[in-house]
Design a protein. Structure first.
Length: 442
């Protein structure tokens, strides 16, 4: 029985690969043909991802079968044999998919069982988001589609598979608080390096590394100020808002292309960060928010040309880099993000609308302040710890959770247990990190 079901699971995916090949989509064919190899890892996440692919495949065969039968009926051709064959394929695919969700398959694919659900969810979410973005975008979004679509039509599917595997790996690693603390700055820095690396290649003349070729400055304040000045161009504002909708203020601890620089600068500072006063983190950014938005509106109303506005925006961005070098590096805190960048404040405030939170369990907290020493966002003063929750400037980075020796800090989401809240939040973060790596470019 086990051998038969595994055979059907592989066959189901190869049939989907064959169908993609028939349509000339070589990339999708290769991605489906590669999927069964995941089963060789004996990992629980591979079992769940394969089950998902087979069940969705069964729905696809039903839809395709109905379409073909209708066509044959309209042409007055024989349809019964076709219907029987496709029904058999559907049943085999569905049967193998459901079997993979059962107890025997669970025993067989026992590697990484503790993280199988987050890993499989991150894999599926990344695949779904990238497939949707790829289908809806007016330009090829993925580098594989831009560079390889000649020899390999549909090569973007192979990139989607690679990014989904990356997301699954990240989700698994993030489940361990200590590992998340170590990995987060590296993953964030990698994303920023890829983002700016592509910008540099684009500026050197390799246009395929740019999104559309219509350049704008990579200064986060322009996410709001840009549309106010131009009277349109809301793509980045929508992307920022959608991210906040998924993961609250975690844009500023995992996903922002500039925030990674401030993180790197703060890590050059003293091991014990010197937190900034709460009034700085609010009023400093409130002032730059007013300056960025009010300034953009004033420039627009005054009819100032785009080039002058760009130079002013560049000056604002350079002032931010100055804050990183002069303050973040010296104090070991993210001074740019917590006291200068207006989008940091917008992320913190909008993030409050989402229920993701970090909370301190005061019944086990010994007030040792290990969490404060780990927080680079100046969000854990003595008063914050006594209140059982971080200050507004918290970005849900999770560093304090990995630093607490008493397991007193946790992610929280109403209705979810602590482990479930952690798994759900970091699964979303891992999937978005992989999606941004694939599509974020100027
Ligand atoms: S505060 Fe600004 S620069 Fe820092 S991570 Fe947030 S948006 Fe990016
Ligand atoms: S309170 Fe914790 S989760 Fe929030 S920013 Fe500080 S270290 Fe990160």
């Amino acid at each position: 029985m086990t051998t038969l079901m595994l055979f059907l699971a592989v066959l189901g995916q190869l049939l989907l690969a064959a169908h993609a090949l028939r349509r000339g989509d070589l990339g999708l064919c290769a991605a489906f043909a590669a999927l069964p190899l995941l089963l060789l890892t004996r990992r629980g996440a591979a079992r769940l991802a394969t089950a998902g692919a087979l069940v969705l495949g069964a729905l696809f065969w039903v839809d395709a079968g109905l379409g073909l039968v209708r066509l044959r009926l309209a042409l007055g051709q024989d349809w019964l044999r076709l219907a029987l064959i496709l029904s058999g394929v559907t049943c085999a695919s569905l049967g193998a998919g459901l079997w993979l969700l059962g107890g025997r398959a669970r025993e067989l694919f026992s590697q990484g069982r503790a993280v199988e659900l987050p890993q499989a969810a991150a894999f599926g979410l990344t695949t779904g988001l990238l497939a949707l973005a790829r289908a809806k975008a007016s330009v090829p979004l993925l580098l594989a589609d831009r560079f390889l679509s000649g020899p390999v039509p549909g090569a973007g599917w192979l990139e989607i598979l690679a990014l989904a595997l990356y997301a699954a790996w990240l989700a698994g690693a993030f489940m361990d608080p200590e590992r998340h603390k170590r990995l987060r700055p590296r993953v964030w820095a990698l994303f920023s390096a890829v983002f700016f690396g592509q910008l540099a290649l684009g500026l050197l003349g390799l246009q395929d590394f740019l999104m559309t070729g219509k350049l704008h400055l990579p200064v986060p304040a322009l996410i709001l100020a840009g549309p106010i000045f131009r009277g349109g161009g809301l793509f980045m504002a929508i992307l920022f808002s959608a991210t906040v909708l998924f993961v609250g203020p975690a844009w500023c601890s995992h996903l922002c292309y500039i925030g990674a620089w401030d993180d790197a600068c703060s890590r050059l500072g003293p091991g014990r960060p010197e937190p900034l006063p709460a009034r700085w983190t609010f009023w400093g950014r409130a002032a730059t928010l007013a300056l960025a938005c009010g300034g953009a509106l004033a420039l627009r109303l005054a009819g100032v040309d785009a080039m002058t506005a760009t130079w002013l925006a560049a000056g604002f961005g350079l002032a931010g880099v100055g804050v990183m070098l002069a303050v973040s590096r010296r104090c070991g805190v993210m001074a740019h993000c917590t006291a200068f960048c207006p989008m940091g404040l917008v992320g913190n405030l909008l993030g409050r609308l989402m229920p993701w939170r970090v909370r301190i369990d005061l019944t086990t907290c010994t007030r040792c302040r290990s969490c404060s020493r780990a927080c680079r966002y100046s969000a854990l003063s003595g008063a914050d710890i006594e209140a059982g929750r971080p200050a507004l400037s918290c970005t849900l980075c999770g560093d304090c959770i990995g630093a607490c020796p008493h397991d007193s800090m946790h992610y929280r989401f109403p209705g979810l247990s602590r482990p479930a809240a952690r798994a759900a939040f970091l699964t979303l973060v891992a999937a978005l990190s992989a999606v941004f790596l694939g599509v974020a470019r100027m």
